[in-house]
Design a protein around this ligand. Structure first.
Ligand code: 5GP
Length: 190
């Protein structure tokens, strides 16, 4: 998606070798017009599928996911992150190591909001090592629903999550795939 790549080039800040900061349009301040275009693009890419529900993880996936759900005319559910072990029986849970916070989160979704047999499209802001996506896919499977695919805004293709999950059969559509990045040389896309 050229509009997104241009924006990443313009406003993205590379930290070290593997963190891309896009706080000014995605992770802190949000550009609603860009989020709308992203939602339209995910709708176009997955238009061959009937989508019953969009699933993301709080917080940064929500904006693009809600726009995607609007185009599909379906609800958006976001998984909650908590570090407590105090779980209600009424939730699906999975564990995900947080790439940005370097802590393990327990990810939960209420059993009320995802049901057996539903086609679920997973949306997230970044794909790095794949922990967040695995946790979301795991919850979909626990519910007896079908993970029809994942829409990722920015995939850091030099990290191994995308290759591993595609090899496991998950359909992943990424709008910008970063081949390499560094503080000195900037960002290169695939
Ligand atoms: P993974 O679980 O695939 O290792 O990492 C994906 C999750 O970590 C995403 O939900 C995203 O919030 C966060 N993340 C991973 N890499 C980056 C990055 O370079 N920049 C930002 N802002 N978040 C990232």
């Amino acid at each position: 998606m050229q509009q997104l790549k241009d924006r990443i080039k313009k406003d993205g800040v590379v930290i070290g070798n593997d963190v891309l900061k896009v706080d000014c349009f995605l992770n802190h301040q949000i550009d609603p017009m860009l989020m709308d275009s992203i939602g339209a693009e995910f709708h176009r890419l997955f238009s061959d599928q009937k989508i019953d529900r969009v699933l993301t993880i709080e917080a940064s996936g929500i904006a693009a996911a809600v726009m995607t759900a609007k185009y599909f005319g379906c609800p958006l559910v976001f998984a909650k992150k908590s570090r407590t072990v105090n779980q209600s029986a009424n939730v699906y849970t999975s564990k995900a190591f947080s790439f940005t916070h370097k802590t393990e989160n327990t990810v939960t979704v209420s059993k009320e909001y995802i049901h057996a047999g539903e086609n679920v499209l997973i949306i997230d802001d970044f794909l790095a090592n794949g922990c967040a996506l695995r946790a979301l896919r795991d919850i979909v499977i626990q519910a007896g629903a079908i993970p029809v695919g994942a829409g990722i805004i920015i995939e850091k293709a030099f990290q191994n999550g995308g290759a591993e999950l595609r090899a496991e059969g998950l359909r992943i559509e990424s709008l910008a795939r970063v081949k390499s990045m560094s503080e000195t040389d900037g960002i290169e896309f695939i």
